[in-house]
Design a protein around this ligand. Structure first.
Ligand code: MOS
Length: 763
């Protein structure tokens, strides 16, 4: 594995180091809980030990005796906050389960009390000393538990509009020459970002400042204001850095308004850092899923019929589903397709987004089934993808804006030396080790949302960019700085980037892999406004030719590249002509197809995301091909992964160095998801058992050997001004299936339930 930054290929930016690299490695980067507060009180949560039932009362005697305890807040004395609506229902919240509202308990680990004390230690000690008396009822934990209900997602989830369908699946499957039918299952998983769920709330008069790691400062600001019943302009959310999120910090959790309300009541700042274990239940998670796939094909490999039915677990009150059939039904050419997604309600906390929410479980099912079909056809799995590659999605025939899937397969296969694979399962061995090669497709929708930015250019060439994006480890500072530097023709060292503050112009949630596309497209547009201003000053003051004037005229829409935009600016002359020393522009950008209310919604913290399969006359996805070598020990069944190779095409790559890291992290996470990760559930109590980083398995360095990321050059002029498709959630999509396909090739055993651990192997 090479550790040097990759050389940029066509349509790739410079592999500069991260803007925030030095701050992060030297500990200077300030995360929410690092912000010093004046005379703070410390909060500690008490969470429910039952999953269903009610609180009969509290015994606080011991807790109140702890020196330094200031207040204990329960449903009996808490301020009654306004209802938090689900984000998918026009609100901001990831759950409608509102703690401290009544004696009812909806899931294990629900907040039932908040202890506030002079020190963190006192708060913690008192929280442990709290006794809560419950009347517990029998909870329904998961699939097949008594008392769960199941209903189609369509009709109960506004975002899930349809179960994609085309042609006549039943007839085509019945007539198919080759058939595959199989069921797959994925477990619950938790994001476990390194940075815990922290919240500090500081009131100054009637203005509230919140320091909290959030993927969406505008969403949090508006959501908390709504719950507190105050004007959103009175709320400011600040987070210069977010220490990982992966979806868990995308929507508002109940803790923020609760802490804000306590701080208001006490008249002093309150700081909360929830524990690792509490993070499993006070925020969201990736719910368990089940899938049934049926594929019919001709002997030459062409798909003739495809059906994907799935079930996902959600909480009692909230209909959450990731609904990945919108992707799996559109990936390969096939004339007859049917699908259905159902939501199963259990007594659990409401699930939510987790890195590549729909694609990870749904593509595991489809790409495993495709491998099963390749085996049934006695066909190379790469060739099966080639036979079914398509320039148009099969549901409504919309063309892909660009699709480099087979280029990814070809470049990935070459690097992996796929041709050395002998097709028969169990045919490759080395000593006690069975060797398997597997592959699978990765894909992720290209998504974009409206944003606004302010750009200031000084006479000395220094630039300040302001946009309320979020640095969640995605390299937002770096790529936003690069976008401005490239557009204004200044060295990137001269650009200062300000993000992570809801007082800046709004940007969307850093989720759905839309950040780079949305923020860079917006910054490019505003930089064009700055250039326009300077060129106008030059052209009115100096005698440029008419031809040159034409290229900078007002008739140009700023987002259209023009000759003037590529010409170097003579700043001295332009600023002389303008007669000032600073040019500052504010601008807004919205993607094609975004609704009329986009900009108002953006200020209200509501994202109008467009892209993927939901565009009017086209469909946009990034693609990848992943190759995995596994070695399975004949005697111990130990599974090792010596090689992971991923080749990815995602339009313009802003920075090959950060892109490679992002995709490498995705591949490693994907392997982790296949072999390690699962939140274990005690079904008797609907309780997570391994709610800590010792028992929740993630790979360590020794589990990861060679990881090779290939950036495949691709240009797409039909998506957004930045030409960016987004890569944050691309790398970890195909890996689950690729690992299981490799295990099948090594052992002859097909594993359809994740994660695969050595006790599951029967060889
Ligand atoms: Mo990502 S799960 O869209 O934060």
């Amino acid at each position: 594995m090479s550790i040097t930054a990759p050389e940029p290929k066509a349509n790739m930016g410079q592999p500069i180091p991260r803007y925030d690299a030095a701050a992060k490695v030297t500990g200077k980067a300030q995360y929410a809980a690092d912000v010093p507060l004046v005379n703070p009180a410390y909060a500690c949560l008490v969470t429910s030990s039952i999953a269903k039932g009610r609180i009969d009362g509290f015994d606080m005697t011991a807790a109140k005796q702890v020196r330094g305890v200031i207040d204990i807040v329960t449903h009996e004395n808490a301020e009654q906050l306004k209802e938090a609506k689900l984000f998918s229902n026009g609100g901001y919240a990831g759950t409608t389960i509102q703690p401290l509202k009544s004696a009812d308990v909806a899931h294990t680990g629900q907040i039932v009390a908040v202890v506030v004390a002079e020190t963190f230690e006192a708060a913690q000690q008192a929280a442990y000393a709290m006794k809560v008396n419950y009347t517990a009822a029998m909870p329904s934990a998961t699939f097949d538990s008594a008392g769960t209900t199941s209903a189609p997602a369509k009709g109960q989830l506004a975002q899930f509009k349809e179960d994609p369908k085309v042609g006549d699946f039943a007839k085509a499957f019945n007539d198919a020459e080759i058939k595959v039918s199989a069921a797959y299952e994925t477990p619950p998983q938790h994001h476990n970002p390194m940075e815990l769920f922290a919240t500090s709330c500081v009131w100054l008069g009637d203005s509230l400042t919140i320091y909290e790691p959030s993927q969406y400062v505008y969403g949090l600001k508006n959501g908390v204001a709504e719950q507190l019943g105050i004007d959103a302009d009175k709320v400011r959310v600040i987070n210069a850095y977010v220490g990982g999120a992966f979806g868990s910090k995308g929507s508002m959790t109940p803790r923020t308004a609760i802490i804000a309300s306590i701080a208001r009541r006490l008249g002093r700042p309150v700081k909360l850092v929830a524990t690792r274990a509490q993070g499993f239940t006070i925020a969201t998670f990736r719910a368990e899923t089940r899938h049934e796939i049926q594929i019919g094909a001709r002997r030459d490999g062409h798909l003739t019929a495809l059906r994907h039915e799935s079930w996902e677990v959600s909480s009692r009150p909230d209909p959450y589903a990731v609904g990945g059939t919108k992707t799996t039904t559109r990936l390969y050419a096939c004339p007859n397709i049917e699908s259905r997604v159902s939501i199963v309600r259990a007594d659990r906390n409401t699930p939510g987004f987790m890195r590549s929410p729909p694609e990870v479980p749904y593509m595991f099912a489809l790409e495993s089934a495709m491998d099963e079909l390749a085996v049934a056809l006695n066909m190379d799995p790469v060739e099966l993808r080639r036979v079914n590659d398509t320039a148009k999605e099969p549901i409504s025939g919309k063309p892909y804006t660009s699709r480099s899937l087979m280029a990814c397969y070809d470049q990935g296969a070459r690097a992996f030396e796929w041709e050395k694979r002998s097709p028969q399962p169990k045919s490759m061995t080395e000593g006690d080790w069975l060797i398997g090669y597997g592959c699978a497709t990765s894909c992720y929708p290209t998504q974009m949302a409206p944003a606004a930015a302010r750009v200031r250019l000084q006479r000395d060439g220094r630039v300040r960019v302001e946009i309320a994006g979020q640095e969640i480890g995605n390299g937002a500072y770096t790529v936003i700085g690069q976008a401005a530097a490239e557009k204004l023709g200044v060295p990137v060292e001269k650009v200062s980037v300000f993000i992570g503050d809801s007082d800046l112009p709004p940007a969307p949630v850093a989720g759905g892999s839309n950040s780079t596309a949305s923020t860079c497209s917006t910054v490019i547009k505003v930089c064009e406004q700055v250039r326009q201003k300077l060129f106008e000053a030059l052209t009115s003051n100096e005698s440029l030719t008419n031809e040159a004037k034409g290229t900078v005229g007002m008739g140009q829409t700023p987002s259209t590249p023009s000759a003037s935009n590529d010409r170097p600016l003579d700043l001295e002359r332009a600023f002389d002509a303008l007669g000032v020393s600073v040019v500052e522009e504010y601008g807004e950008w919205k993607p094609e197809g975004a609704p009329m209310d986009s900009f108002q919604a953006m200020y209200k913290g509501q994202v109008r995301m467009v892209g993927g399969s939901e565009m009017k006359d086209k469909i946009a996805y990034a693609f990848g091909a992943e190759f995995v070598e596994v070695r399975v020990n004949k005697w111990t069944h130990e599974i090792r992964v010596p090689r992971l190779v991923g080749a990815f095409a995602a339009g313009h790559i802003m920075n090959p160095r950060t892109a490679r890291s992002q995709l490498m992290g995705g591949l490693i996470w994907g392997m982790s998801s296949a072999l390690h990760e699962a939140t274990e559930l005690d079904e008797r109590y609907a309780r997570y058992v391994n709610d800590n980083l010792a028992d929740y398995l993630v790979p360590v360095n020794a589990d990861v050997s060679d990881v090779d990321v290939i950036l495949v050059a691709e240009q797409d002029d039909h998506i957004n001004p930045a030409g960016v498709k987004g890569i944050g959630e691309l790398g970890n999509v195909g890996t689950n299936a690729a690992v299981c396909n490799a295990i099948f090739h090594a052992t002859g055993q097909r594993l359809r339930k994740l994660p695969v651990r050595l006790e599951k192997l029967e060889i």
